[in-house]
Design a binder for this molecule. Structure first.
Ligand code: DX5
Ligand code: ZN
Length: 217
């Protein structure tokens, strides 16, 4: 399967958000990656429902919402109503993950589970069949522009193997520190979706950078 590119709007220029959304609309990017942080689960606060609703009104590609919040189960229908197509919640923030993933699917969205860098892939063996996507964090969540953690490659391969052994169709997304220099190796290891924040928005030509990440030239 051809890999997907999901630019993280956390690194966009919020004073020109409309222009950046149009740029993504017109680019080869596949999804909008939207990072919601509550200042409790992670040591940073980003944006929430009203901003996602505004992005949804202009975006012509799926909204991939990454919740870095405690008690994510409380807000499932609220994010659906704001326009989320894919909703991912952290393994580390979900006491009743099975119930929450089912609620996300019942609300009409794709359900994603996110693993922090310290959480082993093996934790997912009894929940994988209830997820549409697994997001492997390749940095500690909370900030854009951090350095990629190299053990991610091993985690992607382990997860790919687990998905294969269980006969499932689950997408593997990777998030944090991804750029034109490690993208090809990540896809080679088994990643289906690459998130990129700084690599895209700090580039001299963001649309061209997306093209490079998409074509892996
Ligand atoms: C980090 C976020 C990421 C971040 C990625 O907590 O989940 O999506 O925006 O940014 P870069 O690509 O700059 O590491
Ligand atoms: Zn993210």
């Amino acid at each position: 399967m051809e890999h997907l590119i999901a630019p993280s709007m956390l690194s966009a220029d919020f004073l020109r958000l409309g222009e950046d959304i149009e740029m993504i609309n017109n680019s080869e990017a596949d999804w909008f990656h939207l990072d919601v942080m509550d200042g409790v689960f992670v040591p940073n606060i980003s944006f929430g429902l009203p901003v996602i609703k505004a992005i949804s009104s202009l975006a012509v590609k799926p909204l991939d919402v990454h919740l870095m919040i405690v008690e994510p189960e409380k807000y499932i229908t609220a994010f659906r109503d704001a326009g989320a197509d894919i909703l991912s919640i952290h393994y580390e923030a979900s006491v009743h993950l099975h119930r929450s993933l089912q609620a996300i699917r019942q609300a009409g969205m794709k359900a994603g589970v996110v693993l922090n860098p310290h959480s082993p892939v093996a934790l997912l063996s009894d929940i994988l069949e209830f997820a549409d996507l697994v997001l492997i964090m390749s940095v500690n969540p909370g900030f854009g522009g951090q350095e990629f953690i190299a053990n991610t490659f091993r985690k992607i391969k382990e997860l790919k193997q687990m998905i294969y052994e269980q006969g499932l169709n689950v997408q593997i997304e990777v998030d944090g520190g991804i750029n034109r220099y490690n993208a090809a190796d990540l896809v080679e290891a088994g990643a289906d979706v690459l998130v990129a924040g700084n690599a895209v928005f700090k580039a001299h030509d963001p649309m061209e950078e997306i093209r490079v990440l998409k074509s892996l030239l």
